[in-house]
Design a protein around this ligand. Sequence first.
Ligand SMILES: C/C=C/C(=O)SCCNC(=O)CCNC(=O)[C@H](O)C(C)(C)COP(=O)(O)OP(=O)(O)OC[C@H]1O[C@@H](n2cnc3c(N)ncnc32)[C@H](O)[C@@H]1OP(=O)(O)O
Length: 273
Amino acid sequence: MAHEHEHEHEFILEIPEFEHLSYEVEGGIALVTLKRPEALNALSQDLLRELAEVAEVIHQDPEARVAIFTGEGRAFAAGADLKEIAALKDPFAAREYALLGQQVFAEIAALPIPTIAAIHGYALGGGLELALACDLRVAAKGAKLGLPEVGLGLIPGFGGTQRLPRLIGRGRALDLIFTGRHVEAEEALEMGLVNRVAEDALEEAKRLAQKILKNAPVALALAKESVVRGEAMPLSDALEIEADLFGYAASTEDMKEGVKAFLEKRPPNFKGE
Ligand SMILES: C/C=C/C(=O)SCCNC(=O)CCNC(=O)[C@H](O)C(C)(C)COP(=O)(O)OP(=O)(O)OC[C@H]1O[C@@H](n2cnc3c(N)ncnc32)[C@H](O)[C@@H]1OP(=O)(O)O
């Protein structure tokens, strides 16, 4: 233990060797790129497990202040891997499969930093469900989003029946779930399914991340925590949490700096403390 003690100020982040995705961080932005372009980034169990690992890396990486999820090739992700779904032996195996996807996406949804899905090409089924586990969605013009599962005799099983109605309302969600239709970026924007539409989704997601990065890091984490925890509670309890987290935010050095900078008519210099 003495040895560990000597190095207590050194923190070495171990990044696993990923096979089906890549992870890089630049200027506070963590970029996760799905890398199964030959299958339109279909979410195999191996890829899902790597997504869980990368969520853990993001959690631990002090350099990662906003995360963007994107896909290599011509799609964000065309859903769960249908070859693997075809091989599921019985309802129990299929239930485990849904639970795996749900757990992985729950870990992404619970990340303490803002997350953005940069969607181009297709975000279908599990691919859209991954995007729904992110805080924000940016779509490229021409992108197609949908939950086509009922056309395969399935239902959305990686959180789609829960996160979609919470995001866009029950009526609009059931329209997409019952018809399985693909909505284009512009319609997705109208229904509140995406936050922004641009020529280049990744560039726009990076611009959005830059705007977010100007703000106080602890405040961002607390704001997200308040929204996420509040969703699962009655309003009166959730408001209490909001007040507690507001109290916490008000005790940070960044709050002092933010208010001081405003009064001195200069941009703030936040330290994340
Ligand atoms: C709980 C979650 C459940 C689910 O997510 S269920 C799955 C929901 N998703 C879907 O149903 C979408 C399936 N994919 C498609 O409908 C089509 O693709 C597209 C409309 C997205 C694109 O069509 P096109 O441009 O003609 O490309 P292509 O030749 O179909 O796809 C290129 C390669 O990608 C493979 N692929 C696409 N989606 C999946 C998938 N979801 N699972 C496994 N493989 C997939 C194909 O098979 C093919 O591969 P090869 O070149 O070897 O024929």
